[in-house]
Write a protein that binds this ligand. Structure first.
Ligand SMILES: [Zn+2]
Ligand SMILES: [Zn+2]
Length: 417
C-alpha cells in the first residue's frame, strides 16, 4: 500500500528546539515554505507518473516544467538537448551560479501495481523515480523563486531528457546548458528504493558505474552443418570470444578494481544444420575507474579480433555512442552535501557510501563542472522491495520531503558559497 504524504514528518516542519542555531539548519521560514509545498509536490509527481514519456519524447513533461517555471518568473529556455528545459532564477543577493539537475524521462514498461495514478500510457512507466525528480526540481525552483529576495546568486535548473538511454546530458551541455550564465557547480539527487526513507547516501569519488554497450560483428563463411571444414563457423568463434572476454576481466583487470562484461544477446543462423556466415554478440561493460574502462574497451577489440583470427574468421568491435562515464563526485562538493545532510537530517541519516552498479549520465555534467550526485531513500516501509526498472516499482512518497529539504539546503549553501 502506498502511504499518503503527511507534511511535518521527518522533521520537515519540525519546531525549532530552544537555543538551536538559526543558521545551519534550514531557517524556520524556509522550513515552513517547504512544508507548504509538500502536497503540491506529491500531486505533481503523481501527475507525471500518470503521464510518463519515453526518452526524447518528454513533450508534455517539458511543457509543464516550462509553464510552471515561466509562471514563477524564471528565465526559461526550452528545446535544450532536444526536449530538455533550462530555467534560470536570479536571486536578489550576491552569490554564485549553481545548477540543479533533474532527469525527466520514463521507461518502456507496463506498470503492474493498481495505483490510482498508475500510468495512463500503455507500455510506458515511470519506473526509476524520475517523476519524483521532476516534481522536486519544479518545487525547488518555485520555492526559491517565491523567496527570491533571500536567495544568493543564480540558480540554474536543468531538466534533462533521455537519461535512461544516457543520451540527454551531452546535447544539453552542447546546447550551452552550463553556460550563459556560466555554472560553477552542479548538484542533483536520485531517489532510491534501496535506501530507507530518511536516509541519504553521499559518496565522494566514483559513485556509479560507467556503462558502454558494444557489438561484436563476426564474419565467417557459411556452409553445410555436416562439413564444417569447408566453412568458417562464426558461432564457434562467438563462443570462444564470449569465454575469452571473461578471462580478460579476471586476468588483466586488477583484483582491486571492478569490471563487469555481460553479453546479453547472440544472434546467428537460421536452422539446425546450416553454418551461418555471420554472428553478432551484443553486450555491456561496467566499471568504476575510467582507466579500467579504457583498458577493457581497448583490449576487448584485440581479444575479439585475435580469437577470431585463430579460427580464420574476422571480428570487429563497435561501441554504441560514447557510452556513459562513471559518476565521479568531487570531494569538496560531496563534503558540502554530506554536511548539509548531517545538519538537516542528523548524522544517522547519512547511510553508507555504497557503490551503485547502475549508471547515470549525470556523470557528463560532473565531468564538465564540479558537483555531487547523491541518493535519497524511498524504500517501502513494509512489504516487498520495489526495484527500479521493474514493472512493480513504486516509491515511498514519504522520502520526497526529505529530498526537497536536503535539496533546498544544498542549493542555498552552494549559492551562498
Ligand atoms: Zn533508470
Ligand atoms: Zn534513474
Amino acid at each position: 500500500m502506498l502511504t499518503g504524504l503527511r507534511a511535518g514528518q521527518y522533521g520537515v516542519t519540525r519546531p525549532r528546539a530552544a537555543g538551536e542555531r538559526a543558521m545551519g539548519k534550514t531557517t524556520p521560514e524556509w522550513a515552513e515554505e517547504i512544508g507548504r509545498r509538500l502536497d503540491g509536490m506529491v500531486a505533481l509527481r503523481r501527475d507525471f507518473h500518470r503521464h510518463p514519456e519515453l526518452s526524447f519524447e518528454e513533450r508534455r513533461t517539458a511543457e509543464i516544467v516550462a509553464e510552471r517555471l515561466s509562471a514563477a518568473k524564471l528565465e526559461v529556455r526550452t528545446g535544450i538537448g532536444r526536449t530538455g528545459v533550462v530555467a534560470v532564477l536570479r536571486g536578489d543577493r550576491p552569490g554564485r551560479t549553481i545548477a540543479w539537475r533533474a532527469d525527466i524521462d520514463a521507461l518502456p514498461l507496463t506498470e503492474t501495481l493498481d495505483l490510482p495514478f498508475r500510468s495512463a500510457t500503455p507500455g510506458v512507466m515511470h519506473a526509476c523515480g524520475h517523476d519524483g525528480h521532476t516534481a522536486i526540481g519544479i518545487t525547488l525552483a518555485e520555492m526559491l523563486a517565491a523567496r527570491r529576495r533571500e536567495v544568493p546568486g543564480t540558480a540554474v535548473f536543468l531538466f534533462q531528457p533521455a537519461e535512461e538511454i544516457f543520451s540527454g546530458a551531452k546535447p544539453m551541455i552542447d546546447d550551452g546548458a552550463l553556460d550563459n550564465p556560466r555554472v560553477s557547480e552542479v548538484y542533483g539527487l536520485h531517489l532510491t528504493t534501496q535506501t530507507p526513507v530518511g536516509r541519504v547516501s553521499v559518496r565522494p569519488g566514483p559513485a556509479m558505474a560507467s556503462a558502454d554497450f558494444f557489438d561484436v560483428q563476426i564474419t565467417g563463411r557459411g556452409g553445410h552443418g555436416a562439413y564444417p571444414h569447408l566453412s568458417i563457423d562464426p558461432v564457434t568463434v562467438a563462443a570462444n570470444i564470449l569465454l575469452g572476454m571473461q578471462n580478460l576481466v579476471s586476468r588483466e583487470v586488477s583484483a582491486q578494481e571492478t569490471a563487469v562484461l555481460t553479453v546479453g544477446q547472440i544472434v546467428a543462423g537460421t536452422k539446425h544444420n546450416i553454418i551461418p556466415a555471420t554472428a553478432v554478440m551484443r553486450g555491456s561493460l561496467r566499471t568504476f575507474n575510467p582507466a579500467v574502462r579504457e583498458q577493457v574497451k581497448e583490449r576487448l577489440g584485440a581479444f575479439a579480433r585475435d580469437i577470431a583470427s585463430a579460427y580464420r574468421a574476422e571480428a570487429t568491435l563497435g561501441f554504441m555512442g560514447v557510452g556513459c562515464p562513471t559518476v565521479v563526485n568531487h570531494a569538496r562538493e560531496s563534503a558540502l552535501v554530506r554536511a548539509c545532510a548531517v545538519d538537516e537530517l542528523g548524522g544517522e541519516a547519512v547511510a553508507g557510501e555504497s557503490l551503485v552498479m547502475a549508471s547515470d549520465d549525470m556523470s557528463l555534467f560532473l565531468q564538465a563542472r564540479p558537483g555531487c550526485y547523491f541518493q535519497v531513500g524511498i524504500a517501502p516501509a513494509t512489504g516487498p522491495t520495489r526495484p527500479h526498472h521493474a514493472p512493480e516499482f513504486e516509491m515511498n512518497e514519504d522520502g520526497l520531503p526529505v529530498a526537497l529539504r536536503l535539496a533546498t539546503r544544498v542549493m542555498l549553501d552552494a549559492l551562498r558559497g
